[in-house]
Design a protein around this ligand. Structure first.
Ligand SMILES: O=C(CO)COP(=O)(O)O
Length: 235
């Protein structure tokens, strides 16, 4: 199966640094082409400027979130159709930061994923247990119920991101990642499953070699052009 390498820039950078990051990736892509599908997800205000840089490349653009509604009186929200209009092909939904900070639940996340599919975007639906759930042996059950409730029918990507591995430098071991990915693969046959949480160029190959890992969702390391490209080369 093709591999996906997705960079989630989160709320980082300003217009000039986002433009430079995108331009740097386009240069690297020309110098060192990769087999993987590479997607970058900049902050909303910089989607346009990044889209312009990516125009003549094979790099893809994604949003970091979208509204659960199609259009209307939803001040501050951005619709999946708008993202498509800005040339996005992908959108992250249900990131654990939004689940925790904004109380997003599986129903809302499924609605966002459905809006994305209706707008011809591929949703990247995030799931993952927190530290307490991992330590009390509930990881499998928590992730299973997130997948059952948040993933609609249709062409989606699922990203397994254990909350305790995000931005911490800690990663689960290969058997912990493999166990969760295998369970998701059984539940959603044919759906590509990405891993996210403290991915760097030094651990990318090892994680990509785990069965049922079809790509990586990268946070911090995606803000460094050379480092992110090394991760793409590992796929
Ligand atoms: O949240 C993440 C990607 O969505 C992972 O972030 P880090 O790679 O910084 O741990």
């Amino acid at each position: 199966m093709n591999k996906w390498i997705v960079g989630n820039w989160k709320m980082n950078g300003m217009m000039s640094s986002c433009r430079d990051l995108a331009a740097g990736l386009v240069t690297l892509e020309q110098e060192k082409p990769v087999r993987a599908t590479v997607v970058v997800c900049p902050p909303y205000p910089y989607l346009g400027v990044v889209a312009l840089r990516l125009m003549d490349s094979s790099l893809h653009l994604g949003g970091q979130d979208c509204s659960a509604h199609e259009a209307g009186a939803f001040t501050g929200q951005v619709s999946a159709k708008m993202l498509k209009d800005l040339s996005c092909g992908y959108v992250i939904v249900g990131h654990s930061e939004r689940r925790a900070q904004l109380n997003e639940n599986n129903d809302l996340i499924r609605q966002k994923a459905q809006q994305s599919l209706a707008a011809s975007l591929t949703p990247i639906i995030c799931v993952g247990e927190n530290l307490e759930e991992r330590e009390t042996g509930k990881a499998i059950d928590v992730v299973l119920s997130q997948v059952q409730q948040a993933v609609p029918k249709g062409k989606c990507l699922i990203a397994y991101e254990p909350v305790w591995a995000i931005g911490t430098g800690k990663t689960p071991n290969a058997s912990q990642i493999g166990e969760i990915h295998q369970m998701i693969a059984r539940q959603n046959p044919g759906t590509p499953i990405l891993y996210g949480g403290s991915v760097k160029s030094s651990n990318a190959s090892e994680i990509l070699a785990i069965p049922h890992v079809h790509g990586l969702l990268v946070g911090g390391a995606s803000l460094d052009t050379a480092e992110f490209w090394k991760i793409a080369e590992a796929a």
